[in-house]
Design a protein around this ligand. Structure first.
Ligand code: IPE
Ligand code: IPE
Ligand code: MG
Length: 242
């Protein structure tokens, strides 16, 4: 068994990760521009964050912008950055009041300096909050992180599998370590991971829904958790009572 203080089966609350997909299609289906889908998507983030603590979620990691998303038209990228800024400015007081700790994971060196400052201020303001840990993945690429983690570990030929595994796991997080993912949800109908939390999802339960992200509500999250609860997680062992 991998020796890690952060194994998913040893956690109290759940780590839920969401690939928030389908904003563009949601808008197109309504004859609107993709941008309007992203605006609605930001509202869905609020709803899901609000619903999470009562559903037993301790850690919520949301995929907001992948490193590959830089390849989108500049106008769309700018709007996404603007919405991200707006979210931080408008939500931080509320998050703090609700006991939500915000952390942003991913590269920061390609973000605008004022956005980086805002991220740092938001993280600092909510640092002591403990009710929910909200991690927003921005300019995030699991493969990039794996490559840098392997580079960091390459010199440590003295380590056994368990210690190396722990070291890699730590190096995969741009900030603090987080538990493995228990439940990964992807909205929008696609059934792929798109370079998200590849390491942390080793034993995650996967739930794919056709619902587009702007239509995602607390009830859909509750439904996904109920589906998760009905699954039998074995971590390579045999099922209990079998
Ligand atoms: C997810 O929605 C939001 C981001 C990737 C930033 P999309 O913009 O990918 O929406 P679709 O998949 O094109 O519908
Ligand atoms: C993944 O969605 C990234 C986010 C949700 C932020 P994409 O829409 O970019 O993924 P692909 O291109 O369909 O794999
Ligand atoms: Mg998409």
């Amino acid at each position: 068994m991998t020796q890690s203080a952060l194994r998913a089966d040893e956690q109290d609350g759940l780590h839920v990760a969401i690939i928030m997909d389908g904003n563009g299609r949601w808008a197109r289906e309504r004859g609107r521009r993709r941008e309007s889908g992203h605006r609605e998507g930001a509202k869905a983030v609020r709803r899901v964050v609000e619903a999470s603590p009562d559903l037993g979620i301790d850690v919520l990691t949301l995929y907001a912008f992948s490193s590959d998303n830089w390849q989108r038209p500049q106008r769309e990228v700018q709007l996404l950055m603007k919405l991200f800024r707006r979210y931080l400015k408008s939500e931080i007081a509320e998050l703090k009041a609700e006991g939500v700790r915000l952390q942003v994971i991913g590269r920061r060196d390609r973000l605008a300096p004022d956005l980086v400052r805002l991220i740092e201020e938001s993280e600092e303001a909510t640092q002591i909050c403990r009710r929910l840990s909200l991690r927003l993945a921005v300019d995030y690429s699991s493969r990039d992180l794996l490559v840098s983690a392997v580079r960091a570990a390459a010199a440590r030929t003295d380590l056994d599998r368990a210690s190396l595994s722990l070291l890699l796991g730590q190096a995969m997080h741009t900030e603090e370590p987080a538990p493995d993912v228990d439940l990964l949800i992807r909205t929008g109908g696609e059934k792929r991971l798109s370079d998200f939390l590849l390491w942390e999802c080793a034993y995650a339960e996967l739930v794919f829904t056709d619902r587009m992200w702007p239509d995602f509500q607390g009830d859909a999250l509750a439904q996904a958790i109920s589906e998760y609860s009905s699954r039998n997680r074995r971590f390579g062992r045999v099922a209990e009572a079998s």
